[in-house]
Write a protein that binds this ligand. Structure first.
Ligand SMILES: Nc1nc2c(ncn2[C@@H]2O[C@H](COP(=O)(O)OP(=O)(O)OP(=O)(O)O)[C@@H](O)[C@H]2O)c(=O)[nH]1
Ligand SMILES: [Mg+2]
Length: 391
C-alpha cells in the first residue's frame, strides 16, 4: 500500500518525517516504495526547518498563515489553526497534487497532535477539503493524544483534544489514535523521547505497507495483505500495534526443530507475538469493542504455515470476538517473527469519552461564569452538541 503523508503542526511534521524515513528504509532494504511523498505544513517556520528527511523545498515544507502568525505558530488556539486551514487549503492541496507520487497513492494520511493549535485546528478542515476534491481516495487521520502531564497542567489541552477528535471523526475515513502516554520512558530527555516515540509509532506500518508492494516471488505471502484489505479494515476509531519474537537458531540447526519441546515453542511464536502486539497497542482500549481487525505475520518463509496463521487468528478472535478479521503473511523478515495488528471501527473508546466529558465540564463552567447557569439542568447529549466542530 502506498501513502502520501501530510504532517500538520510540529507533532504532525515530525511524525511525517519519521514516515519519510520509513520509506528510505523500505527502498534501501526491500526495493519498494510505501510513502510516495511526505509533507510538513506549519504556521511555525522554525519547526519546519528542524525536520531531517522531508525534502527541504517550499512545496514539501509548506509555511501557512504567515500574515496571522508572523511565522510563530498559533499558540494553541486551534480556532485560528482552523481559520488558516480554510484560507490555505488550496495552496496546500496544489502543492501536494503536483508531486510525482500523488496519483499513484492508495490513500492520504494526515497527522497532527490533538492538543496543539496548528495541527489540531487544521487537520479536520484539510481532510474535508481533500475528500471533497478526491472523493475516490481514502483520507485517514493519525491523531497523537497528549501526555498525562500536559492534561494536568492546562485545561486547553483537554478542550483542544476533544474538539479535534470530534471534528476529525466526522470527516476522516478512519482515525488512528496514538497515545503519547503509552510510550513514556522516564529515563531519557523529552526531545529524544519524542523522536523515539515517533519511530516507535510508525514502526507497525512498515511490514503492513510493504507486504502488498512486494514483487519478488519469494517474498510474496501465501495470503497477501494488500491495499484493498487495509482500506476495507479501516473505519472510524482505529488502533494498531506490533509484537516481535526473536528467532535465534544455533549455527548448527537448520529448519524447524524435530524435538517435541522445541517444536512446541516454535509453534507458539505466532500467538506470543500476537499477545505482545495486543499489549503494545497505540492506545489502551477494549478489543471487544472493535468491529474490524487485521493482522499480518512477517517471518522467514520456513517459519510460516497455515496452522500457525489460524492459531494466531484464533487468539485474536478470542479477544476481539465482534470483529471481522482479515489476515495474511509476509515471508520477509530475518531473525524475527513480527505480528502487526490493526483494530478498527470501535463502537466505544473510554479514553475518548473521557475527553468529551471533561470538555463538557469545562464548557459548562465557562458558560456558568458568563451567567448562563441553566446549563446545569441540560442533558449530557445536548451539551455534547456544544463541543465545537472546526469545519
Ligand atoms: N509523539 C509526538 N508528540 C509530539 C511531538 N511534538 C509535539 N508533540 C505533542 O503534540 C502536542 C502539541 O502539539 P504541537 O504539534 O506541538 O502543536 P502545533 O500543531 O505545532 O500548534 P501550535 O504550536 O499551537 O501552533 C503535545 O501533546 C505534544 O506532546 C512529536 O514529535 N512526537
Ligand atoms: Mg507549533
Amino acid at each position: 500500500m502506498k501513502l502520501v503523508v501530510m504532517g500538520l503542526g510540529q507533532c504532525g511534521g515530525r511524525v511525517a518525517d519519521a514516515f519519510a524515513r520509513l520509506n528510505k528504509r523500505a527502498r534501501a532494504r526491500r526495493k519498494v516504495d510505501i510513502i510516495l511523498d511526505a509533507f510538513a505544513i506549519n504556521t511555525d517556520i522554525t519547526d519546519l526547518s528542524g525536520l531531517n528527511t522531508i525534502k527541504a523545498d517550499s512545496s514539501h515544507r509548506i509555511s501557512i498563515g504567515g500574515q496571522k502568525t508572523h511565522g510563530h505558530g498559533v499558540g494553541k488556539l486551534s480556532e485560528i489553526g482552523a481559520d488558516i486551514a480554510k484560507e490555505s487549503g488550496d495552496k496546500i492541496i496544489d502543492a501536494v497534487r503536483k508531486t510525482r507520487g500523488f496519483a499513484d497513492s492508495d490513500a492520504i494520511l494526515l497527522v497532527a497532535g490533538a492538543s496543539g493549535g496548528t495541527g489540531s485546528g487544521s487537520i479536520a478542515e484539510l481532510t474535508r477539503q481533500l475528500k471533497e476534491r478526491y472523493f475516490d481516495k481514502p483520507v485517514y487521520n493519525l491523531i497523537v493524544l497528549p501526555f498525562q502531564q500536559e492534561e494536568r497542567t492546562e485545561a486547553r489541552t483537554i478542550y483542544n483534544t476533544a474538539v479535534c477528535l470530534k471534528s476529525t471523526y466526522l470527516v476522516a475515513d478512519a482515525v488512528f489514535l496514538v497515545d503519547n502516554q503509552r510510550y513514556v520512558n522516564k529515563d531519557i530527555t523529552i526531545i529524544n523521547n519524542l523522536m523515539d516515540i515517533n519511530e516507535r509509532l510508525v514502526q507497525p506500518f512498515y511490514n503492513l505497507l510493504c507486504a502488498g508492494e512486494e514483487r519478488i516471488a519469494q517474498y510474496v505471502g501465501a495470503k497477501v495483505v494488500d491495499a484493498g484489505d487495509i482500506t476495507e479494515t479501516l473505519a472510524g476509531w482505529t488502533v494498531l500495534g506490533e509484537g516481535r519474537i526473536n528467532i535465534s537458531r544455533s549455527a548448527f540447526s537448520f529448519g524447524r526443530s524435530s524435538n517435541f519441546r522445541g517444536r512446541a515453542i516454535e509453534d507458539s511464536r505466532g500467538t506470543r507475538a500476537m499477545d505482545e502486539a495486543l499489549g503494545e497497542l497505540s492506545l489502551t482500549c477494549d478489543p471487544r469493542d472493535a468491529r474490524r481487525g487485521l493482522f499480518l505475520v512477517s517471518a522467514p518463509r520456513d517459519e510460516i504455515n497455515m496452522g500457525m496463521l489460524s492459531d494466531v487468528a484464533g487468539s485474536l478472535r478470542m479477544v476481539a470476538p465482534n470483529a471481522l478479521i482479515r489476515y495474511g503473511d509476509y515471508p520477509r523478515t530475518k531473525g524475527s517473527l513480527d505480528v502487526a495488528v490493526i483494530l478498527s471501527e470501535f463502537t466505544r473508546v473510554q479514553k475518548i469519552t473521557n475527553y468529551f466529558n471533561r470538555a463538557i465540564e469545562l464548557i459548562k463552567l465557562v458558560k456558568a461564569r458568563q451567567g448562563r447557569i441553566e446549563y446545569a439542568d441540560r442533558k449530557i447529549e445536548d451539551i455534547f452538541e456544544d463541543i465545537p466542530v472546526l469545519l
